[in-house]
Design a protein around this ligand. Structure first.
Ligand code: PLP
Length: 416
């Protein structure tokens, strides 16, 4: 029978059994953890949004749309009519799903065609599709890092690179953000295979990895350098090939490049492109690829189209860079505390999570959606508004957002 003390115990996660042993209940433990999350202002909850177009979203039933400054659709491809058309066209194929993993019967000529196009686009030997960027990082690092090996990462790498390194059997070492001297020190320690990984454009900060220096270090230590350029591809480089094009680095410098279709390409999915031996290796050992169903064909058709549009419509990238310069210039005039970023990611660091949430809510009442990013996505005490820009934002959208921020930011910071 449940007694009163038993019920109180239940809520705290502890429960005394009939023979007086203290036990935990799964529900109580989860309650405690969620309660802690709430108390720290770190609770996550979902809001549904309908997308009106690339830069406008609306809550179902709301009487007006919000200007969206929180998407990774940097080139506005999400609403490009040719992507929807590619999906519609391929829906005439007799099957929609791949039906199996690539190594079974799920390998369609469309998958291979896209991989060839990616290899050509990035001037790499070969490419390999993954279901998401998160899975790609898990799969690549798990496949490469074995006992006795070491994975060396920038401290601010994306969660998927951290989790991939945790999944590997190797040791994980992290260097201070952008600190190549620290990276060099870590490379001096003896290990089997040494793998250096970094975001190209840091996802929550918008700054660039020192890829030229890292490539030099990797070369001199015979280490393997992997760059996850999820937020650089489409945005940086004359042709939109990303940070490596911007820095003039080739496959010889960076043998493996990771990109996603979920950011500039406006879709979902991911790929790695690089050295043939590496791709052959991954096909044999990357469990997140081997044991997972191949991407559905309508998605692959749209991914191919998105890649072509990135080349054929460079004006989108040019417009995005105009927007970035305009944003930075006006934010500077208004004395807003920007981080050192020249990319589409322009965060405003706030500090306490509760204040960042309050500011997000205030901006929403003024017609803007800017998500507050809190730990553990960013380090403790560095909650921020992660503003992201798109080629499709109007200058007037930027004017209004920055004016709203300038009028409110002081009030919210003082309130803390
Ligand atoms: C640097 C980086 N890598 C990987 C990912 C994961 O990509 P995906 O959304 O395709 O899973 C993200 C997504 O936020 C990212 O920012």
């Amino acid at each position: 029978m449940l007694t009163a003390s038993c019920l109180t115990g239940w809520a705290s996660g502890l429960w005394k059994s009939h023979n007086n042993l203290t036990m935990t209940t799964w529900r109580g433990v989860l309650d405690q953890r969620l309660q802690h999350q709430r108390e720290q202002h770190l609770e996550r909850s979902l809001t549904a949004f309908q997308s009106i177009d690339t830069t406008h979203i609306q809550k179902p039933g709301a009487d007006r749309a919000l200007i969206n400054f929180s998407s990774n659709d940097y080139l506005g491809l999400r609403s490009h009519p040719e992507l929807a058309a590619a999906i519609a066209e391929s829906s005439r194929l007799p099957v929609a799903g791949a039906g199996a993993a690539r190594l079974l019967s799920g390998n369609h000529p469309l998958h291979e065609q896209l991989e060839l196009e990616l290899a050509e686009f990035f001037s790499r030997d070969a490419a390999m599709l993954f279901s998401t960027g998160y899975v790609a990082n898990l799969a690549v690092l798990q496949a490469l890092g074995r006992r006795g090996d070491v994975i060396i990462q920038d401290r601010l790498c994306h969660a998927s690179l951290i989790d991939g390194a945790r999944l590997a059997d190797s040791k994980l070492l992290r260097y201070r953000h952008l600190d190549t001297d620290h990276c060099q020190t870590l490379l001096e320690q003896p290990a089997g295979l040494q793998i250096v990984t970094t975001d190209g454009v840091f996802s929550m900060d918008g700054d660039l990895a020192p890829v030229t220096e890292l490539a030099g270090l990797a070369r001199s230590h015979e280490a393997l350098l992997i760059v996850d350029d999820a937020h650089g591809i489409g945005v940086l480089g004359e042709q939109g090939l990303g940070l490596l094009e911007h820095a003039g680095l080739s496959q010889a410098d960076v043998p493996l490049l990771l990109g996603t279709f979920g950011k500039s390409f406006g879709l979902a999915g991911a790929f790695v492109a690089g050295d043939q031996q590496l791709i052959d290796y991954l096909r044999n050992f990357a469990r997140g690829w081997i044991y997972s169903t191949a991407p559905p064909l309508p998605l692959v058709a749209a991914q191919r189209r998105a890649l072509q549009i990135t080349v054929s419509e460079p004006e989108r990238r040019h417009r995005l860079h105009q927007r970035i310069s305009y944003f930075k210039q006006l934010a500077k005039q208004l004395q807003l505390p920007l981080l050192p970023s020249d990319t589409a990611i322009q965060p405003i660091q706030i500090g306490p999570s509760a204040v960042a949430l309050d500011l997000q809510a205030k901006l929403e009442t003024l017609g803007f959606y800017v998500a507050a990013i809190r730990p553990p996505t960013v380090p403790k005490g560095t909650a921020r508004l992660r503003i992201t820009l798109s080629s499709e934002h109007q200058q007037s959208d930027i004017d209004r957002l920055l004016m709203a921020l300038a009028e409110n930011i002081g009030q919210f910071s003082d309130a803390d």
